[in-house]
Design a binder for this molecule. Structure first.
Ligand code: ZN
Ligand code: ZN
Length: 306
């Protein structure tokens, strides 16, 4: 299986001279299987270029679009995905069901194409589009085995594990370390009530962390949210649903991951700043006995073998 990067930026597109090397489009990744299925992870603005490219390759094959969650940056490219407008094209869209509101992935897509937000109505999409909402599950996707996992983000979000011929790719979508948010932050004095009231939360956090490690266990490629630096994260960004490379490195080590690709880059991170953070992450990896070429920073246009 091959993985191609069409959008690697988190939160908002940021094209311009300072982001040329890594790209400014929001998340979209193409998975090319041995059997020729077209599998797409997320529909950020990168999916526009992918749609145009698919049309150049010939009549679009059946498309499986796997959505991690419905925040703007992960769905905003969909109305510009050309295969949607092609009669005879078939697109299957899967994503998380919002447990608290019974909101389906279909309703979220419907909302973003309602007339207040977009001039073309959903009824004008000529492709045959099917929607499926679910939580944690396993399913077959042509030659792939797919598994989903609920990750830690301020809206219900799924990570995907795709396996073909014994090789696995894990995509986390947006994910933050599980933590007990009621507990005193490092450097703050703990209130007396912390342990008595929230002691059980620590157990839940440890269990969730362990489940996540099992989900990524022995992945050949881990495509992971690395929005922040280790300095940015603890100062104000805690609870926003994203990780920094020191978190990613721990998961990689504990999960026995072969190669890790850092992505969902912060829109403020210029190419030079990103390269500097990658160099720091690689240095830290070497100090932990992990060879530095096993860590990459995703860049638009790049393609890697899984
Ligand atoms: Zn995001
Ligand atoms: Zn998000």
């Amino acid at each position: 299986m091959k993985l191609r990067f069409w959008g690697v930026r988190g939160s908002i597109p940021c094209p311009g001279p300072t982001t040329l090397r890594h790209g400014g489009n929001t998340p979209c990744y193409e998975v090319k299987t041995r059997a020729g299925e077209c599998v797409i992870l997320d529909a950020g603005t990168g999916i526009r270029g992918l749609g145009a490219d698919l049309m150049k390759r010939g009549p679009p094959p059946p498309i499986h679009l796997l959505i991690s969650h419905t925040h703007w940056d992960h769905i905003q490219g969909f109305p510009f995905f050309i295969p949607c407008y092609i009669p005879g094209a078939s697109i299957r869209i899967t994503g998380p069901m919002q447990l608290n509101s019974n909101q389906t992935i279909e309703k979220a897509f419907q909302l973003q194409m309602s007339y207040e937000f977009f001039p073309i109505s959903r009824q004008q999409l000529a492709a045959q589009i099917r929607y499926e909402s679910f939580g944690e599950t396993r399913f077959k996707l042509g030659s792939l085995d797919a598994q989903t996992h609920l990750v830690n983000h301020p809206v219900l979000s799924l990570g995907y594990r795709l396996t073909e011929d014994g090789r696995s790719l894990v995509y986390t979508g947006d994910h933050e370390p599980y933590q007990n948010l009621f507990k005193a932050k490092p450097g703050e004095a703990a209130g007396d009530e912390d342990d008595s009231l929230f002691g059980n939360a620590d157990t839940a956090v440890a269990t969730a962390d362990k489940r996540f490690i099992e989900f990524i266990r022995n992945a050949h490629v881990l495509l992971i949210d690395c929005t922040y630096t280790p300095e940015e994260y603890p100062s104000q960004r805690r609870g926003w649903g994203h990780s920094s490379w020191d978190h990613c490195l721990r998961w990689m080590r504990e999960g026995g991951v072969e190669r890790m690709v850092l992505t969902h880059h912060d829109p403020m991170r210029t190419d030079d700043l990103l390269d500097a953070q990658l160099a720091r992450a690689r240095q830290a990896a070497r100090e932990q006995g992990i060879s530095s070429d096993r860590i990459l920073a995703a860049a638009e246009g790049q393609e890697i073998d899984v």
